[in-house]
Design a protein around this ligand. Structure first.
Ligand code: LLP
Length: 443
């Protein structure tokens, strides 16, 4: 992971801005996102897929999966770099629209979109809705019939390829909530084609997230192309959307496949299967989230307390408590996700010691970095940087223990600005309807 680096004068900078200045100006904890880096990842990803698709004479559209990190600024950055945006709730849709996104370049996901959400999407002329269930199909049919509107849809299908983080295994029956089975999809497609006002644009499939290899994507693509070819018998299909899920490095132990290799590997698999089926390579779409923003983020924390614990084998573990934790980064607690940490406010010659970086929440699973070697003299007031927090940290943040959520500061060409302000305790109290009421005692 990139994150903070020491310059020639020994000053630690992220995106060209000194971390000491960031702390001084914005406080901690602080989400920092490097706009230049987000834009660079967006460009590189688009270029990788365009190049791969171009080799087979077809077009590609890359949607940024907004669930990874969505603010109006982030929407503008990726849109300016040529990406479309995928949203999965009315809330995410509202953010994309507030950013001025072109509705025609938005896709709408979700396994339980409400009638109100679907109505809003049709009303603004959203580019595509990814249908996830029969109930949703009937809801949408009723909306276009009632309003006389039209809507382009894709069918989310489950390829039966279950992707693990580093591995994949094929399962006959996918026991999860999203999408249609390969077996059910043809009947659903036929039903969509019957409904006036709905246009079936194609199939959609997403096999999982934080995937390092190409094989799972290729297997899934081959299965979906087979279904795509079958459905062509009943009418045109303009696109095949193969989702996101491209992994990034969180620690030095991670070795994800470069996006260029993933892109060419997946597109090759599609092209091969199209050749076997005797069909043209369709226009393709992809939906990376993490791969666009993950490595562009770094979280800064201040150390508050430390405590040393003797372990069985004569070793010790130093618990280093920071001023945030699972409320700003739920991933370790939710998924056992790994991160790294660095001391960035000073240099130290102290011998490295085994550290567990923990948060301030009342829960022992409140871990930021499970195991890391940091200088043994680390203590109160030190500033820690945790890299690769751009994806699914702000978006999964909570107010557990009434801890306000940190601001997001964006860096561009060596300058910093707030793109989402930090929460205050007053923000949190403002929702409590009983504030200010008198407390009567029985005496
Ligand atoms: N498309 C669909 C339909 C998805 O469900 C997702 C992610 C994506 C695209 C983007 O996947 P990405 O490229 O970011 O891997 N909170 C978890 C990740 C949940 C992913 C949910 N869906 C985490 O922190 O690892």
């Amino acid at each position: 992971p990139t994150g903070a680096a020491r310059d020639d004068e020994g000053v630690v900078r992220v995106g060209g801005v000194s971390v000491a200045e960031l702390r001084e100006e914005f406080g901690t904890p602080l989400y920092v996102i490097d706009e230049d880096d987000v834009r660079a990842h967006a460009r590189r990803t688009l270029e990788a897929f365009r190049t791969a698709a171009g080799r087979h004479g077809t077009q590609v559209r890359v949607y940024y999966a907004g669930k990874a990190l969505l603010t109006t600024e982030v929407v503008r950055w990726v849109a300016e770099e040529g990406l479309a945006v995928d949203v999965c709730t009315g809330g995410e849709l509202a953010v994309a629209l507030a950013a001025g996104a072109d509705p025609a370049r938005l896709g709408f996901h979700g396994n339980n979109k409400s009638v109100a959400e679907l109505e809003r999407a049709v009303d603004i002329g959203i580019g595509s809705i990814v249908l996830d269930s029969e109930i949703e199909l009937e809801r949408l049919a009723a909306i276009v019939q009632r309003t006389g509107g039209t809507q382009t849809v894709l069918l989310r299908v489950n390829s039966g390829v279950h992707a693990e983080t580093h591995d994949f295994l094929a399962t006959a029956h996918e026991d999860q909530k999203f999408g249609f089975t390969l077996q059910d999809a043809p009947a659903i497609a036929a039903r969509v084609r019957e409904i006036e006002g709905l246009t079936l644009a194609g199939l959609h499939c997403h096999i999982g997230s934080q995937i390092f290899g190409t094989a799972g994507f290729q297997e899934s693509a081959a299965r979906i192309v087979e279904l795509h070819a079958e459905l062509l018998a009943g009418g045109d299909l303009s696109v095949l959307n193969l989702g996101g899920g491209f992994g990034i490095a969180y620690t030095s132990a991670d070795a994800p496949t470069p996006i260029e290799d993933l892109a060419s590997g997946i597109v090759e698999a599609v092209a091969r299967e199209c050749e076997v089926r005797g069909i043209e390579v369709p226009a393709l779409a992809f939906e990376p989230g993490r791969a666009i923003v993950g490595q562009a983020g770094v979280t800064l924390y201040e150390v508050g307390t430390t405590k040393s614990v003797d372990l069985d084998d004569d070793a010790t573990r130093l618990y280093v408590s920071v001023d945030g934790g699972m409320s700003d980064n739920a991933r370790p607690a939710l998924y056992g996700a790994e991160f790294s940490a660095r001391l960035v406010s000073r240099s130290s010659d102290a011998a490295p010691t085994l550290v567990r970086v923990v948060g301030k929440h009342c829960e022992s699973g409140d871990i930021v970095v499970d195991a890391e070697y940091l200088p043994g003299d680390i203590g109160p007031g030190d500033l820690l940087a945790v890299p690769a927090t751009g994806a699914y940290c702000f978006s999964l943040a909570s107010n557990y223990n009434y801890v306000p959520r940190p601001p997001i500061v964006a860096l561009r060409e060596g300058t910093a600005r707030v793109i989402v302000r930090g929460e205050t305790i007053d923000d949190l109290l403002a929702r409590d309807a009983g504030v200010g009421a008198t407390l009567f005692s029985k005496e």
